[in-house]
Design a protein around this ligand. Structure first.
Ligand SMILES: Cc1cc2nc3c(=O)[nH]c(=O)nc-3n(C[C@H](O)[C@H](O)[C@H](O)COP(=O)(O)OP(=O)(O)OC[C@H]3O[C@@H](n4cnc5c(N)ncnc54)[C@H](O)[C@@H]3O)c2cc1C
Length: 409
């Protein structure tokens, strides 16, 4: 029987254990926390958005897109749904294509994975931190803070550096660098962004729907749509998290980063002018600020007027001239928020960057540097958008590594 050591009991490690144990390997999972799958329980706000109906390579980021494409070749949302259906998980699809277990409990996913590999005899050894990996001629010695283990083959599934209280703390990157692997720069992604926007205090806690465009100086570089959340530190919410990886990378390069929020993406500026002008006439008995009630969130009316340089909020709306109306429209369709920084690793959902894909065979996840060493999950130089893309990557690279590490056992 081939002895397979799965290093890390997170999403990719557990999927690898299922695949390897089904192939009759003698599998042991080593995990530093007191139990496996802790992060999994927190995913999707406790509901685990485990894949997406529309897996698309363009929703992933890596310094090597060709290799990334090969890794995910022919692996669709359907394959992941099929893998979990076999374990008893019925899919629930939300309107955006995210896929959850029908129970809407992340614990269901954890339970069925564990049940499956435990029934094939996989051992879980928790509460031991892996300190070094020593390749020998025939095997790998894995030294933890408690013990030393010997395996014929290992799957390194130690995760990234994000959200360390639930497991991965970047130690996998140090271990791989120590073994001579090349890594790209790592930085937090799917993370809240800091801003010095002057109205943050008054807008704190407010959510607005907007089309959000990320700019490097005056060049638009990425766009997303959804609910933006204002906080005293800056902004978050799905579209901001989605754009955050690119924003962090730009900030790290010393670029000037800002986002522009279009509160009316479906209406052109000229149509908006017609609409506002008509509204100001029909509501001419009201103070200017009150004419926006029912059109935009009340809390943002004064900040928007201030941004547009209109300081007399109580004036009659019909007193505004064309230039002032267009100034208001410019803000409604492009509220500018300068991005000055980002939250820490402890608060980020994923890691951008990692072990370069050029070091592994994308068809088997086996290392080109060490025969019988496989890699899977977030430790690799790949991350995806919110929406189930990161777990999809973790499961499928884990399954591939688990399967190929156990062939011949
Ligand atoms: C709050 C939150 C919510 C998320 N929600 C979603 C979601 O809904 N959908 C989605 O697709 N993605 C989501 N993600 C991202 C997703 O959880 C990760 O991309 C995925 O878990 C990565 O899997 P992994 O196995 O590579 O790493 P991990 O799940 O991080 O597992 C790595 C494991 O290795 C262990 N480990 C690390 N170092 C050592 C060491 N030195 N010795 C021993 N053990 C070690 C860790 O304790 C950990 O258990 C979320 C992330 C967070 C933080």
């Amino acid at each position: 029987m081939i002895k397979v050591g799965v290093l890390g009991g997170g999403a990719s490690g557990m999927a690898a254990a299922v695949a390897a144990s089904r192939n009759d390997a003698d599998v042991t999972i080593l995990e530093r926390l007191d139990r496996v799958g802790k992060k999994l329980l927190a995913t999707g706000n406790g509901r685990c958005n485990y894949t997406n109906e529309s897996i698309d390579i363009n929703r992933y980021y890596s310094s090597n897109r060709d290799m990334l494409e090969e890794c995910l070749n022919n692996i669709t949302g359907k394959s992941t749904i099929g893998f979990f259906r076999e374990l008893g998980i019925e899919p629930f699809f939300d309107e955006t294509g995210k896929v959850f277990p029908y129970s809407l409990q992340a614990s269901s996913i954890l339970e069925v994975l564990r049940e499956e590999y435990l029934r094939y005899g996989t051992k879980e050894i928790c509460g031991q931190r892996i300190l070094t990996i020593t390749p020998t001629q025939q095997s790998f010695l894995v030294h933890t803070d408690v013990d030393t283990f010997e395996f014929d083959r290992i799957i390194v599934a130690l995760g990234g550096k994000a959200y360390d209280k639930l497991g991965s703390d970047g130690s996998g990157f140090n271990l791989m660098a120590g073994l001579g692997y090349d890594l790209s720069d790592i930085y937090p992604a799917l993370v809240k962004l800091k801003s010095d926007f002057v109205h943050l205090r008054s807008l704190k806690g407010m959510k607005i729907n907007a089309s959000v465009t990320l700019y490097d100086n005056d060049d638009p570089i990425a766009q997303d749509f959804g609910e933006v959340l204002f906080a005293n530190y800056g902004v978050s919410g799905p579209p901001v998290l989605q754009l955050s990886g690119i924003a962090v990378s730009e900030l790290n390069e010393g670029k000037n980063v800002k986002i522009l929020m279009d509160l009316f993406p479906d209406i052109s500026s000229n149509d908006m002018f017609e609409m506002l002008s008509a509204r100001f006439i029909s509501l001419k008995h009201k103070a200017l600020k009150d004419t926006f009630v029912g059109l935009i969130n009340k809390r943002i009316i004064i900040p928007l007027l201030k941004e547009a340089g209109v300081d007399d909020f109580l004036q009659k709306p019909t007193r505004l001239n064309r230039r002032q109306i267009y100034a208001i429209i410019k803000v409604l369709k492009g509220l500018e928020v300068r991005i000055t920084g980002f939250h820490s690793w402890a608060d980020a959902q994923v890691t951008a960057g990692g072990v370069l894909l050029t070091g592994i065979n994308p068809h088997t996840m086996e290392s080109y540097h060490h025969k019988n060493l496989f890699l899977a999950g977030e430790i690799l130089d790949v991350y995806g958008d919110c929406g189930g893309f990161n777990l999809h990557w973790a499961w499928n690279t884990g399954i591939k590594a688990g399967y190929h590490s156990s062939i011949g056992s």
